[in-house]
Write a protein that binds this ligand. Sequence first.
Ligand SMILES: *Cc1c(COP(=O)(O)O)cnc(C)c1O
Length: 366
Amino acid sequence: MILKVSYLRLDKIHDQIRGELDNAYNKVLNKEWFVKGKCCQEFEENFASYCGVNECVGVGNGLEALRLILQALDIGVGDEVIVPAHTFIATVLAISSVGAKPVLVDVDEDTFNIDAAKIKEHITDNTKAIIAVHLYGRIAEMEKIRDIAENENILLIEDSAQAHGAQINGRKAGSFGIAAAFSFYPGKNLGALGDAGAVVTNDKALAEKIRFIANYGSSGKYEHIYRGCNSRLDEIQAAFLDVKLKYLDIWNQERRKIAEVYLKSIKNEKIRLSRASREGENVYHIFPILYSERNRLIEHLKGKGIQTNIHYPTPIPLQKAYEKEFSGGSYPVTCRICREEISLPLYPGMGEAEIQHVIDSINTFV
Ligand SMILES: *Cc1c(COP(=O)(O)O)cnc(C)c1O
């Protein structure tokens, strides 16, 4: 019999805290207040403090968090926003959805994050912001990016949807720019039991504006000062998130341990691992490997009972939704990652036998 290895197993962490999740559910049920109440406020305070910032606004999901930041900063038609070419589509969709123009910059081949050296050449008079993405759980080169943003008088926004708790020089994801977006989609390092997201910032006025916009643009009941939307955090998700937040560092530490074993033990000259020097505390939302004949390796692993994933198979410039938009650009590193990347199973609670089975199966692949 072969050992089956799932890509991700959330039951492994939920089983550890089942009693606490039950209590959270009962707490909300007894209160009869289900959207933006006490649980939301408590989670917002705890998550802001976790990230090392002053303000947190719970919202509907990660895409909305990004879109709300852009809207609240008055970024829209005629504005350009710089963004890595290699990211989840939501980062780019958020820019399009406010009417601004996404400007893609290729990524670095070691870190998979935006290539800071290539940002400057994409800045024009219309550039209003850069969205740095901490892809796969690794902090982008924030010092360099921040210098560029400051020198050019451009706003720096973070997409921290894959980097809850990631840090570098003691600073956490979410604390580098004017504001940061988080997603609590269930599979993220901190995940709700459904959709949820948050904006974090040190700017009190900006936080308040986002709070208003996300609640029909209301400053008070039936007083609408912005053309807002409905993007609020449910009490039940906030209550679950508050329970899970307490375990985030432990779970991230477990992810790092597994990643270290992979980095140390995977030895196959065909396969490239990402060993970036500018590592910081990577939280390994995703553990990527690169191999030029990807499908052959995926099939080999499937034959061994190992499930893998690809982040992401189609580069954004080649997506149908953006068919013509980026035809003039050149994104060789992004295209190569999209052609060769395979994400290995990695999750808190993953057993040693599973980890070893993945390693052996890759090391014996010819
Ligand atoms: C998941 C994700 C998002 C979107 O979050 P949702 O909650 O799914 O809307 C945005 N950016 C990145 C990099 C993500 O991984």
